[in-house]
Design a protein around this ligand. Structure first.
Ligand SMILES: *[C@@H]1O[C@H](CO)[C@@H](O)[C@H](O)[C@H]1NC(C)=O
Ligand SMILES: *[C@@H]1O[C@H](CO)[C@@H](O)[C@H](O)[C@H]1NC(C)=O
Ligand SMILES: *[C@@H]1O[C@H](CO)[C@@H](O)[C@H](O)[C@H]1NC(C)=O
Ligand SMILES: *[C@@H]1O[C@H](CO)[C@@H](O)[C@H](O)[C@H]1NC(C)=O
Ligand SMILES: *[C@@H]1O[C@H](CO)[C@@H](O)[C@H](O)[C@H]1NC(C)=O
Ligand SMILES: *[C@@H]1O[C@H](CO)[C@@H](O)[C@H](O)[C@H]1NC(C)=O
Ligand SMILES: *[C@@H]1O[C@H](CO)[C@@H](O)[C@H](O)[C@H]1NC(C)=O
Ligand SMILES: *[C@@H]1O[C@H](CO)[C@@H](O)[C@H](O)[C@H]1NC(C)=O
Ligand SMILES: *[C@@H]1O[C@H](CO)[C@@H](O)[C@H](O)[C@H]1NC(C)=O
Ligand SMILES: *[C@@H]1O[C@H](CO)[C@@H](O)[C@H](O)[C@H]1NC(C)=O
Ligand SMILES: *[C@@H]1O[C@H](CO)[C@@H](O)[C@H](O)[C@H]1NC(C)=O
Ligand SMILES: CC(=O)N[C@H]1CO[C@H](CO)[C@@H](O)[C@@H]1O
Length: 838
């Protein structure tokens, strides 16, 4: 949601200053040498390392004695753990990120690791896949200090690098000169900078093959791409590096999500269209929006309410005048009657106010973050001076679950939205400490710009670390909980800042699982970390209503496919600023294909619900018609993601890795393997340059085929139209587009059989009740060959609908035209195998 825009101009000035602090003379760093005989125990190779010369102490104190452990997990995933021998450095515990160290599924690439000690640079290691070296630290001294780690590996010339974030950036990262900073931050998606989440996984494509690496570390870090290297500069902890051999992009993501957690299963209804805005003035306005979507014939599945419903923005309360609880309950009941849903927002910050029961109960349970002297840490968020739940404290879960239980007794929502969990705070430090509770904060709370900025002692290296990551704020603590704030176990926030949103999501999902046992919850979170996909989904935060953001929304979505959070999307039509009719039309033409498709808007922006402009309404009806027909297809890919992590929205380079023309493409994307979207993301354009990889591509609407050798095509794209193609060789399962997901799901199926050059096609369909965890399910593989359509599968779910139409598309090369055969008035069963001649 929101952010203080005021802070921007100030902070960007500071950014350049901190970047200039590097490089320093690393030449003095001695590296490490072996200090013991290697041991192999339970398949883990280990050896002690010791500093190979006098310490260099660049950004901290060199740690003399280390232990190296290498686990080669079935040839595909090598884990290299370099920790301090005394184990004093912070390591993420396995219950926070539930790592699976015993992978089952990954046995694709044969990785090998060799390590050496160079007389000049000391210990280094090399990981090879066959003849290829894919990770190589030799020649670059390892630096291991209490507050600074540095690990460097070589990358190819002009390397194809993807991943690392969260950051609004072009999909292929600039490998010659760029820095990805990992420090969760409440910022309005400034280009290339660090924002809400922290994901260190990157992937590199070389010669058509992918590999990747994930550094399991929660500290702030820069990952620098320059001089043919990738360099990790980390503010603490240990090196726990996991290298994945691929060789496909999906193999890497499979191995990564197997390690940190697979995406959670989704309730089917979440695939419908969502609408939200910050700034709805009353429940009456919300009701009007719901009605106006309906009368415009635009399917609205889920109505959202931002913090507006709260009483002076306090969690778990209702504004008695504008959002009285009984009226909100009534809206929920009405939505349910129409098979629609409702989601509302909850923030972590709790108003410090003894008369406010959630605070009083949290205090009694000792559930909040503290200052070093044991007093409460008090920052500022929407309701004024606030405390923050400490997810490390032993009673916090019980307290939070109780508050949620009381809240759900009032309003039994279909899903939850947790925001501001970086965790954002508008003032720097515990600014409410020492201020009496009787001081009534102004409402709505205005952000205090940090000018003049407070003076802090540079001697406290947890406030001002000697290595300054490229976080564009004056202090690391700006806009968030102070790095020296203390968690229950005595840990300061410096070490675990990036885990806050992840832990909140984990604890919140646990409640939702208890609240409706066996029903898959829906939870949306702003801040994420490695493995958050197992608990929650994500939207890309507070973007702007402009053309650049429309474009960047595509790579931002694709990044989260790598991060193991495939259910993702950006605010359709943009959050900050005023959208225009043209921009909003083009945006829904992209956004209708985001896995998570939600219109959202900022409080100061003019309204942009999809019915507001005639052109947008028409574009929405057309494109949502495509989306809703494709719901079974989307759902099938989401179900696959829970098993293999494979993303739903895919970059062309993952699907066509041998075709180097696809390396940079991030204005087009695929849904699954069979649907290509080529939208307009430029103002005033009425055509689009679309790259069609080698093969046959059928236009979604008129079925016209193109046989491409792999080149750009100029396609017509009038304002209400988005180009969608079906890849030859695919069988796409569709149902009818209706006003709700439930109605669509109950309609007849149509199979679109799009033949390739050999007149063959295949595709999958996954079916279950769309709601519970332990539902029985059916998986069907359709294939077409030699004029015969075959359905084979495992049928455990009793499906009540049937296939009532088949459309066969075949491109006739000699005539350069498409032959369309439609078979109607049929009824083919989805509960058993069959085969028919067509
Ligand atoms: C790596 O070490 C293995 C033995 O563990 C050896 O067979 C292989 O040749 C070495 N590879 C390289 C590239 O040095
Ligand atoms: C990388 O940057 C260097 C220095 O700025 C430049 O000389 C070189 O041409 C660049 N390489 C690529 C592939 O852009
Ligand atoms: C690298 O990028 C930074 C920040 O964008 C820029 O200031 C610098 O000039 C670039 N360096 C080279 C060698 O291109
Ligand atoms: C890359 O190498 C150049 C020349 O040695 C150096 O000035 C620059 O700082 C290096 N960049 C990084 C990020 O190490
Ligand atoms: C809903 O539509 C009605 C009728 O066009 C209009 O008067 C009202 O302002 C609209 N309200 C909202 C919130 O869109
Ligand atoms: C403190 O909480 C009580 C109970 O919710 C509320 O009536 C009061 O307005 C709150 N105080 C402030 C300063 O917001
Ligand atoms: C910071 O220190 C400077 C010089 O010591 C002083 O002039 C200034 O008022 C201080 N600022 C704050 C916010 O305390
Ligand atoms: C699983 O579903 C069945 C009904 O199909 C139900 O009886 C059972 O309690 C469910 N199990 C769990 C763990 O919820
Ligand atoms: C957006 O439009 C509103 C009127 O609806 C206007 O008050 C506001 O200034 C506009 N904002 C921008 C950023 O142009
Ligand atoms: C789009 O057209 C409008 C109206 O003619 C014009 O003002 C605007 O500059 C054009 N934008 C671009 C990017 O060409
Ligand atoms: C296709 O067009 C884009 C720009 O519209 C261009 O960047 C790209 O190089 C073109 N691809 C090919 C293969 O010509
Ligand atoms: C990538 C990008 O364009 N980000 C923009 C998102 O919107 C905010 C507010 O308009 C801008 O400040 C960012 O630059």
């Amino acid at each position: 949601m929101k952010v203080s825009t005021l802070l921007f101009s100030i902070s960007s000035l500071v950014a350049s200053a901190s970047a200039a602090a590097y490089p320093v003379s690393k030449a003095t760093c001695p590296g490490y040498k072996k200090a013991s005989y290697p041991q192999v125990e339970n398949g883990v190779y280990s050896v002690e390392l010791t500093l190979a010369g006098p310490p260099c102490n660049i950004y901290g104190n060199d740690i003399k004695d280390l232990k190296l452990s290498i686990t080669n997990t079935k040839g595909n995933n090598i884990r290299i753990l370099i920790e301090d021998k005394d184990k004093k450095q912070y390591q993420i515990s396995d219950d926070i990120v539930v790592v699976n160290r015993n992978p089952k599924n990954n046995n694709f690439a044969d990785l090998e690791i060799n390590h050496t000690v160079d007389p000049k640079t000391g210990f280094g290691f090399k990981i090879t896949r066959g003849d290829e070296v894919i990770f190589d630290t030799t020649g670059h001294p390892l630096i291991f200090e209490d507050q600074y780690l540095e690990l460097t590996s070589s990358i190819a010339d002009n390397a194809n690098i993807y991943g690392m974030g969260e950051s609004a950036d072009y999909f292929r990262r600039d490998s010659n000169n760029s820095t990805k900073t990992l420090w969760a931050r409440d910022a309005a998606t400034p280009l290339k900078e660090n924002v809400y989440g922290a994901h260190s996984i990157y992937m590199e494509k070389r010669n058509g093959k992918f590999h990747g690496a994930y550094l399991h570390n929660s500290h702030g870090m820069d990952i620098v791409l320059a001089n043919n290297t990738i360099q990790y500069r980390v503010l603490g902890g240990v090196i726990d590096l996991n290298v994945f051999g691929g060789p496909s992009a999906y193999d890497v993501i499979n191995a990564y999500t197997e390690l940190v957690g697979r995406p959670h299963p989704l309730p089917y209804w979440t695939l419908g269209l969502h609408n939200c805005r910050y700034g709805y003035k009353s429940i009456d306005e919300v009701n009007q929006v719901i009605a106006n979507y309906s009368s415009a014939g635009i399917p609205l599945e889920t109505m959202w309410i931002d913090i507006d419903y709260m009483d002076r923005t306090k969690d778990f309360t209702f504004d008695p005048v504008n959002f009285p609880i009984n009226r909100v309950q009534e809206t929920l009941r009405d939505l349910r009657k129409n098979k629609q849903k409702m989601v509302m927002m909850t923030d972590p910050a709790i108003q410090r106010n003894s008369s406010y029961a959630p605070f009083a109960r949290g205090l009694a349970k000792d559930a909040f973050i503290k200052n070093a002297d044991g007093s409460l840490y008090v920052g500022q968020v929407w309701p004024g001076y606030t405390t923050f739940p400490d997810w490390f404290a032993p009673n916090t879960e019980e307290w939070w679950h109780n508050e949620l239980d009381l809240y759900f007794n009032n309003i039994d929502l279909d899903g939850m939205w947790i925001d501001m969990n970086e965790a954002a705070s508008f003032c720097t430090g515990s600014c409410g400490s020492g201020i009496s509770e009787d001081v009534i904060p102004p409402f709505p709370w205005k952000v205090d710009p940090p000018v003049p900025h407070r003076n802090i002692s540079k001697d406290n290296t947890f406030l001002v670390p000697k290595y300054s990551i490229n976080n564009p704020q004056t202090e690391l603590s700006d806009k968030g909980i102070e790095t020296t704030a203390v968690h229950a176990n005595g840990l300061i926030d410096y070490h675990v800042h990036n885990l806050y949103g992840h832990m909140m999501a984990q604890t919140t999902r646990k409640f939702l699982d208890k609240h409706r046992p066996n029903v898959r919850p829906f939870l949306l979170t702003r801040s994420t970390f490695a493995g958050t996909g197992a608990y929650a989904s994500h939207w890309n935060g507070d973007n702007g209503s402009d053309w650049q953001n429309l474009h960047i929304s595509i790579p931002s979505m694709l990044d989260f496919g790598i991060f193991g959070i495939p259910f993702v999307g950006s605010d359709i039509c943009g959050f900050f600023g005023n959208s225009t009719e043209q921009l909003c039309a083009r945006w829904i033409e992209v956004g209708a294909f985001y896995p998570f498709s939600r219109v959202h808007n900022g409080i100061d922006s003019s309204p942009q619900e999809l019915y507001r402009w005639p052109v947008v309404a028409e574009a929405s009806r057309r494109v949502l018609n495509v989306r809703y027909q494709l719901l079974p297809y989307y759902y099938t890919y989401h179900s696959k993601s829970t098993i293999s992590g494979h993303p739903v929205a895919r970059p062309l380079v993952f699907e066509f890795p041998q075709d180097s023309n696809t390396n940079d493409i991030d204005k087009q994307f695929m849904i699954g393997e069979g649907i290509l979207i080529s939208p307009v993301v430029a103002e005033n354009a009425t055509t689009v340059e679309a790259y069609l990889p080698k093969g046959i591509w059928y236009d979604w609407y008129d079925h016209k085929g193109i046989m491409s050798q792999g080149r750009n095509y100029t396609l017509e794209a009038p304002i209400e139209h988005v180009n969608v193609h079906i890849k030859g060789g695919s069988i796409i399962s569709t149902q009818e587009a209706r006003m709700t997901v439930e109605e669509s799901r109950a309609s007849d199926f149509t199979l679109i059989v799009a033949l390739d050059e050999n007149s063959k096609a295949s595709g999958d369909l996954y079916l279950d009740d769309g709601l519970t965890y332990n539902t029985s399910h059916t998986t069907i593989n359709f294939s077409y060959d030699n004029k015969k359509l075959t359905s084979k599968g495992t049928y455990n779910y009793k499906e009540h609908t049937s296939i009532c139409k088949i459309i066969i598309l075949s491109y006739i090369k000699d005539k350069s035209e498409t032959l369309v055969v439609v078979k109607e008035n049929i009824k083919l069963d989805l509960n058993s195998s069959w085969s028919i001649e067509i």
